[in-house]
Design a protein around this ligand. Structure first.
Ligand code: 5GP
Length: 213
């Protein structure tokens, strides 16, 4: 299997986490890379499922050890993707879906250049604002910081191969599914293509020889 990482990025409130969770529930050929963060858990979040929650010194120690494929400061907290998480999922033959911010995505591409990059775009500013406000987990200054980073993240859309507008969850999930399916059969990802074609050609040549009077 030609398993590869799939990076989903979006401005905060873009809905990428919901898309990632829906894909994971529906496709058995996909796994999730659980990120590390120094942010405290939100209500309902589970250690090891949503994130590995860690203290800042523990995070920095891991980073110094080179354990992260990428890491970034997002809204005042550190986030990072463990190389071991990505490799664990890829080794099981599953594509690995990652929900990482735009700064992390470009670092991650250096570590895993075979990744597919997808930017999830909110359908309008009103929808983005509404999603951010309805979360209600943030203080006004935290909300302002999220708006500021959403603005900066939107400017990075040109770095991504694919753009999916999240106006409707089912449609957005269908688009991400289609991207993954197309990438699986893209010529550069097909394993042993030269060898497969060389064998076909050799067999055809033998046949031609046998049929030549
Ligand atoms: P939240 O705190 O709302 O779960 O996530 C905040 C932001 O951090 C989101 O934009 C999310 O994509 C990003 N994020 C989550 N995990 C990682 C990670 O491992 N690396 C990076 N660079 N960003 C992450």
């Amino acid at each position: 299997m030609n398993a590869f990482p799939v990076i989903l990025s979006a401005p905060s409130g873009g809905g990428k986490t919901t898309i990632a969770k829906t894909l994971l529930a529906r496709r058995s050929d996909i796994g999730y890379s659980v990120s590390c963060t120094t942010r405290p858990p939100r209500e309902g979040e589970v250690e090891g499922r949503d994130y590995y929650f860690m203290t800042r010194p523990a995070f920095i120690a891991q980073r110094e050890r080179g354990a992260f494929a990428e890491s970034a400061m997002v809204h005042g907290n550190l986030y990072g993707t463990l190389r071991s998480e990505v490799e664990r999922v890829l080794a099981s033959g599953r594509h690995v879906v990652m929900d990482i911010d735009v700064q992390g995505a470009s670092q991650f591409m250096r570590a895993f250049p075979e990744s597919v990059t997808i930017f999830i775009l909110p359908p309008s500013a009103d929808v983005l604002l509404e999603r951010l406000r309805s979360r209600k987990t943030e203080t006004p200054s935290q909300l302002a910081a999220r708006l500021q980073s959403a603005l900066q993240e939107l400017q990075q859309v040109g770095e991504y191969e694919y753009v999916v507008v999240n106006d409707d969850l089912e449609r957005a999930v269908a688009s991400v599914n289609a991207i993954i399916d197309a990438e699986i059969v893209s010529r550069e990802r097909v394993k042993n293509l030269r060898q497969q074609v060389a064998e076909l050609i050799a067999q055809l040549e033998r046949e031609i020889e046998n049929h030549t009077p």
